[in-house]
Design a protein around this ligand. Structure first.
Ligand SMILES: Cc1cc2nc3c(=O)[nH]c(=O)nc-3n(C[C@H](O)[C@H](O)[C@H](O)COP(=O)(O)OP(=O)(O)OC[C@H]3O[C@@H](n4cnc5c(N)ncnc54)[C@H](O)[C@@H]3O)c2cc1C
Ligand SMILES: NC(=O)c1ccc[n+]([C@@H]2O[C@H](COP(=O)([O-])OP(=O)(O)OC[C@H]3O[C@@H](n4cnc5c(N)ncnc54)[C@H](OP(=O)(O)O)[C@@H]3O)[C@@H](O)[C@H]2O)c1
Length: 497
């Protein structure tokens, strides 16, 4: 049957694309959606990160959609595969496979002023053919963590090498000398999962992470039954997890009474965890971070420090100065290795790249944002891109809570906007430039009060110009309130001539 409504292109089949697709199906059933993803299934992050130990660091009763609860989560922090199954089950339930075009990479989006549509240029990697289609709306759920960062220095290595997001299960680790470069959340999950099987593990840490303890437990079948059966119980549990995360927010602020209390407490928790788990004082000194807790994502693990204490594991803090075809060289040593694991993170400042977006007046958005930093109201819309919405895009990440709730807030807000537009008979909607500018000024002003602006924080969330563009400078509750109700006064509604 022909769809009578408008056409929607969704780029990305991770949590952002999934939430968008489900909500449009539920709220705007006449709209026709197409989901493009360069991978070959739903899942995004949770499809490609298959390294041993991969799991979420937000309890899954919160790290899931509020409108699609899963009372059967097996543990507080389930594994990657369980999260992936949750996502695939939803895609099946809402019949989204019929709407998905996998192994299709969106190469370019171009705004056509005359027809008020987006021309979407797509590469089908199965046939290597490119084609263009026109859509009324585009939702960009391309994720921050979809472009692995593999620093050039490692390219001379000729042994088995893989990035954490491109895990190759064929590589033999048993008895081998394995180097893990990086000490972010991925490395912290990988190291304890492989330390037992490898011959020797060298952990190269340029900047050690703050690690705190994780309260992991299995959820007993009777508790799962209670979540499924007792009205309000699961919601209450979810809300309590949400609030427990939310009260950590002052630890990420510089000023304010609560911050002065929360930050030392958070640092104390980190130091106590290190002291309790690492008895060797030399190793402890190597692992103690010299920057504020929260500058990058705080890691949760009870297994990481014990793994580093093993006899076959060594922590190397010196900079890597050279990589040869079989060795890693620092100023004092050269280690011959068999397998090189790059847990070196992602190119988070490339935003939606390498896709190109050509907005109003032919403006190349990626090029503009690389110079000026992103200009984007609520992290969702820009005046240069009518009818284009970013989900979990720049400026909305959180240090203390989950992005999944942000995704829901954003999609709900956009659907209010689309309804308003429909009511006015408009073809397109665009945020007023003055509103966007005022928002960005406030965003940068608020950022000055966050620890990410402090001198000891380095540049994890900052772009090459030093602008902090990834994170939201206030609480999640603040963001929720701002996106609760769409205000049409801040927008221009455009009529097709
Ligand atoms: C290993 C790992 C663990 C994490 N754990 C947590 C956690 O515990 N808690 C938490 O809150 N967050 C966590 N995160 C962050 C996580 O990425 C987000 O929570 C969430 O999954 C992001 O969903 P998304 O849909 O926005 O992006 P993604 O899941 O990255 O999905 C984006 C999709 O867009 C596709 N895509 C991108 N560009 C194009 C294009 N041009 N054409 C076609 N397709 C394209 C990609 O292939 C990808 O499938 C983790 C991240 C990683 C890497
Ligand atoms: N659920 C979870 O627990 C979980 C699991 C995995 C990932 N994640 C999320 O995914 C995101 C990415 O995490 P990630 O661990 O993959 O990446 P990451 O946090 O960006 O960490 C990358 C690590 O690699 C190091 N590194 C990068 N380039 C290097 C180089 N040239 N030489 C030496 N070291 C280098 C970095 O050191 P410097 O700090 O010195 O740059 C850092 O230690 C984070 O937001 C994280 O929270 C979450």
């Amino acid at each position: 049957m022909e769809d009578k409504g408008k056409t929607v292109c969704i780029v990305g089949a991770g949590f952002s694309g999934l939430c968008t697709a489900i909500k449009i199906k539920r709220k705007l059933p006449t709209y026709s959606i197409t989901i493009y993803d360069s991978n070959d299934d739903f899942g995004g992050t949770w499809l490609v990160n298959t390294y041993p130990g991969c799991a979420c660091d937000i309890p899954s009763h919160l790290y899931s959609f509020s409108f699609e609860p899963n009372p059967s989560w097996s543990s507080q922090y389930p594994s990657q595969i369980e999260i992936l199954m949750y996502m695939k089950t939803l895609a099946q339930k809402y019949n989204l496979y019929a709407r998905a075009r996998f192994r299709h990479e969106v190469k370019q989006l171009e705004w056509l002023e005359e027809s008020m549509k987006w021309e979407v240029n797509v590469l089908d990697s199965k046939t290597n053919q490119r084609h263009s289609l026109r859509y009324d709306f585009v939702f960009c759920g391309t994720g921050e963590y979809h472009l692995p960062n593999s620093p050039g220095i490692f390219s001379s290595f000729k042994g088995s090498m893989m990035h954490s997001a491109e895990w190759n299960p064929e590589f033999q680790l048993e008895g081998k000398t394995v180097a893990v470069v990086g000490s972010g959340a991925s490395a912290i999950q990988i190291i304890p999962s492989i330390a037992q099987q490898v011959g020797k593990l060298l952990s190269y840490q340029r900047t050690p992470a703050w690690v705190i303890s994780r309260l992991q437990f299995n959820i007993a079948p009777w508790v799962q039954w209670a979540f499924a059966t007792i009205p309000g119980m699961r919601r209450l549990y979810r809300t309590s997890i949400y609030l427990a995360n939310e009260i950590q927010y002052p630890a990420f602020q510089i000023q304010g009474l609560l911050s002065h209390v929360a930050r030392p407490i958070a640092i104390l928790l980190g130091k106590l965890h290190l002291r309790r788990q690492v008895s060797n004082s030399d190793l402890r000194a190597k692992l103690l971070p010299n920057y504020s807790l929260g500058c990058n994502r705080v890691c949760l693990s009870n297994e990481y420090y014990p793994a580093l204490m093993r006899d076959n594991v060594e922590v190397i803090r010196d900079d890597i100065i050279q990589v040869t075809q079989d060795s890693i060289v620092t100023k004092d040593r050269r280690d011959k290795i068999d397998v090189l694991i790059l847990a070196t993170g992602f190119r988070i400042h490339e935003y939606f790249g390498p896709m190109e977006i050509v907005g109003r007046k032919g403006e190349n958005i990626l090029r503009k944002w690389k110079v000026d930093g992103p200009s984007i109201y609520l992290g969702i819309v820009s005046h240069l891109m009518p009818n284009l919405f970013f989900i979990h895009g720049p400026g909305v990440d959180l240090g203390h809570n989950t992005g999944l709730f942000t995704i829901e807030c954003q999609v709900n807000w956009i659907l209010q906007m689309v309804n308003e537009m429909e009511g006015k008979g408009a073809s397109a909607v665009s945020v007023k430039e003055s509103v966007e500018q005022a928002y960005m000024l406030r965003h940068q002003r608020d950022m000055k009060n966050t620890i990410w602006s402090s001198n000891d924080c380095g540049s994890y969330y900052a772009n090459s110009q030093g602008l902090i563009t990834i994170v939201y400078p206030r609480s999640q509750i603040d963001y929720w309130l701002r996106t609760l109700k769409f205000n049409p006064d801040n927008f221009e509604f455009l009529m097709r001539r």
